[in-house]
Design a protein around this ligand. Structure first.
Ligand SMILES: Cc1cc2nc3c(=O)[nH]c(=O)nc-3n(C[C@H](O)[C@H](O)[C@H](O)COP(=O)(O)OP(=O)(O)OC[C@H]3O[C@@H](n4cnc5c(N)ncnc54)[C@H](O)[C@@H]3O)c2cc1C
Length: 475
C-alpha cells in the first residue's frame, strides 16, 4: 500500500527541508525523504550545508580563528598566552557536535510542522493518476504517492580528472572538514569560496598552504578593488595563491601527493604536499533519482532543467537549490524552496536573483550584493562609487581589525544602490543592510541619512554611502 501525501520533497538540504516546512505551514500533507547518514548510520537531514558545507566549515573557521587570535593577537590586548596548543581531534569533535545539533534541529522542526520524514533514497517509480509514485529505499522499503514532487537533491564535489577523491590524501570538502592532524604542507586546487575557507582553516593551524588557481584573476566574480584588498591580506597571512596555473598529473603516493603544473609563465612546476584539497566546483546530483524513468529533463551538466518558477518539464514536479541553475548557495536554495511551496498553494512566491548576497568567510570576510564596478562598466551603466576604510572606523580599531573597506555603487542619475561590496570584519553580517536597502530600491542618500549606532562597524556602511556624494564625516 502506498502512503498518500500532497507533496513529496526529495532531499532535506536547505532547499528541501525549508520547502517541506513551508508547504506544511500552508496546510499541505508533506513527506520529506533524505538519505544522508551520520557516523552511526542514523538520519542526518540538512544536506551538504549542514553535514559537510556551510555549518561545519564555519565551526572550523571559528576554532582556527580563536587559535590564531590566541597566538598572534592576544598580546596586543595585554594577555599572555603561552604554550597555546590546538587539539585537532577536539576541534573536529566540536564541529561534529555543531553538525548534530543542526541535524536534530531539523528533525525537531519536521515534527513541529507535521512533516513526515523518511530516511532513505527517494526515486521516481512512475507517473500515476495525476501524480507520481516515489519509492523510498532505506532500512525498509516504502512507496509514497503525491500530486506534487519537489526535487532538492543538491550537488556533489567535482573531482579532477584522473585524481579521484580518496578522502585520505586527495580530499573533497568532506575530507577537508575531517583532517585528523595539521598537515605540514597542504595543497588546494581552486581559489573559490571553499578553497579559500578551507585553506584559511589549516593555514591558521600551522599548515604551509599553497592554493593553485587556473584562472588568471583572483576572485573574478568579486569587485576588483575588493578582491585586490583581500588578496593583499591573504598574502600578508602567508596564504600562497598562484594564479593562471594549468594542472597536469596529480599522483597520490605513500608520502603524500605530487602535483605537476605549469605556472602563469608556462614554466613546468611541481608541488609536493601531504594532503590536497580539490575545490574546483560542484556538480548537480540526480544519482539514483531515476529521472530518466519518468522523463525528467536534465541539462548537459546533469542539472534539472527548470523555468523561472522552478517548474520542471513534468507537470507537478519542481526542483530547487544546487540541483538547478543559479548560484550554489544555501540561502538561494531556501528562497526557492519557500517560493515553490507558496506557488503550489496558489500564492506568488518570488526569488529576487539580483539581491542574493554572497559571502566568503575568510579573514577578512568578503561579502557583496548586486553588481560589481566591472559589471556596471560592461553593462554601460553610469554610476558613482563611494568607499570607506575600516581603518577610519572606531569600532574596527577597538576590535583590532581594521583591514578592508565598504564600497557603494549607485546609479549616477537616480542614486539607486546598484551594488555594495565589503571586505573586512563581519562583512557577512554587514551585508544584510545592503540587501534590505537594495530590495527596497533605496538610494545611497537613504543609507547616508539613516542613524547607525555608534560605535559600530555598520557606521562604515553609512560612511561609504556618504562617500558616494563625497561627504564622508570621518575620513
Ligand atoms: C565546504 C562548503 C561550504 C559551503 N559554505 C556555504 C556557505 O557558507 N554559505 C552558503 O550559502 N552556501 C555554502 N555552501 C553551499 C551550500 O552547502 C549548498 O548551496 C546547499 O547545501 C544547497 O542546498 P540543497 O538543498 O540544494 O542541496 P544539499 O544541501 O546538497 O542537500 C541535498 C540533500 O539531498 C539528499 N539526496 C540526494 N539525492 C537523494 C535521493 N535520491 N533520495 C534522498 N535524498 C537524496 C542528499 O543526501 C542531501 O542531504 C557550501 C558548500 C560547501 C561544500
Amino acid at each position: 500500500m502506498s502512503k498518500q501525501f500532497d507533496v513529496i520533497v526529495i532531499g532535506a538540504g536547505p532547499g528541501g527541508y525549508i520547502a517541506a516546512i513551508r508547504a506544511a505551514q500552508l496546510g499541505m500533507n508533506v513527506a520529506c525523504i533524505d538519505e544522508w547518514k551520520n557516523a552511526a548510520g542514523g538520519a542526518a537531514p540538512g544536506g551538504t550545508c549542514t553535514n559537510v558545507g556551510c555549518i561545519p566549515s564555519k565551526a572550523l573557521l571559528q576554532s582556527s580563528e580563536h587559535f590564531e587570535h590566541a597566538n598572534l593577537h592576544f598580546a596586543d590586548h595585554g594577555i599572555t598566552a603561552t604554550g597555546v596548543k590546538m587539539d585537532v581531534a577536539k576541534m573536529i569533535a566540536r564541529k561534529d557536535n555543531v553538525v548534530k545539533q543542526n541535524n536534530d534541529g531539523i528533525l525537531y522542526l519536521f515534527k513541529k510542522n507535521k512533516v513526515t520524514f523518511f530516511h532513505g533514497r527517494g526515486s521516481f517509480v512512475k507517473a500515476v493518476d495525476g501524480g507520481y509514485e516515489i519509492k523510498v529505499t532505506g532500512k525498509a522499503e516504502e512507496t509514497l504517492t503525491a500530486k506534487q514532487v519537489i526535487v532538492a537533491t543538491g550537488s556533489n564535489a567535482r573531482a579532477l580528472p584522473g585524481a579521484a577523491f580518496d578522502e585520505e590524501q586527495i580530499l573533497s570538502n568532506d575530507g577537508a572538514l575531517a583532517i585528523g592532524s595539521v598537515p605540514k604542507k597542504l595543497g588546494v586546487i581552486g581559489s573559490g569560496v571553499i578553497g579559500l575557507e578551507m585553506g584559511s582553516v589549516w593555514r591558521r593551524l600551522g599548515a604551509d598552504v599553497t592554493i593553485l588557481e587556473g584562472l588568471p584573476t583572483f576572485l573574478g566574480a568579486v569587485d576588483e578593488q575588493i578582491a585586490k584588498e583581500a588578496k593583499k591580506a591573504f598574502d600578508k597571512q602567508g596564504l600562497k595563491i598562484e594564479l593562471g596555473v594549468k594542472i597536469g598529473e596529480v599522483k597520490a603516493g605513500k608520502k603524500g601527493v605530487s602535483i605537476a603544473y605549469t605556472n602563469a609563465k608556462g614554466e613546468a612546476q611541481a608541488l609536493e604536499v601531504d594532503k590536497l584539497i580539490v575545490s574546483i566546483g560542484r556538480v548537480p546530483n540526480t544519482t539514483g533519482l531515476n529521472a530518466e524513468g519518468v522523463g525528467l529533463k536534465l541539462d548537459e551538466r546533469g542539472a534539472v532543467v527548470v523555468d523561472g518558477d522552478c517548474k520542471t518539464n513534468l507537470p507537478g514536479v519542481w526542483a530547487v537549490g544546487d540541483v538547478v541553475r543559479g548560484p550554489m548557495l544555501a540561502h538561494k536554495a531556501e528562497e526557492e524552496g519557500v517560493a515553490v511551496a507558496e506557488r503550489m498553494a496558489g500564492q506568488h512566491g518570488h526569488v529576487n536573483f539580483n539581491t542574493i548576497p554572497w559571502v566568503i568567510y575568510t579573514s577578512p570576510e568578503i561579502a557583496w550584493v548586486g553588481r560589481t564596478e566591472q559589471q556596471l562598466k560592461a553593462d554601460g551603466v553610469k554610476y558613482k562609487a563611494g568607499t570607506f576604510p575600516f581603518l577610519a572606523n572606531g569600532r574596527a580599531r577597538a576590535l583590532g581589525d581594521t583591514t578592508g573597506m565598504v564600497k557603494f555603487l549607485a546609479d549616477a542619475a537616480t542614486d539607486e544602490i546598484l551594488g555594495v561590496h565589503i571586505v573586512g570584519p563581519m562583512a557577512s553580517e554587514l551585508i544584510a543592510e545592503a540587501v534590505v536597502a537594495m530590495e527596497f530600491k533605496a538610494s545611497s542618500e537613504d543609507i547616508a541619512r539613516i542613524c547607525h549606532a555608534h560605535p559600530s562597524l555598520s557606521e562604515a556602511t553609512k560612511e561609504a554611502a556618504l562617500a558616494v556624494d563625497k561627504r564622508t564625516l570621518n575620513f
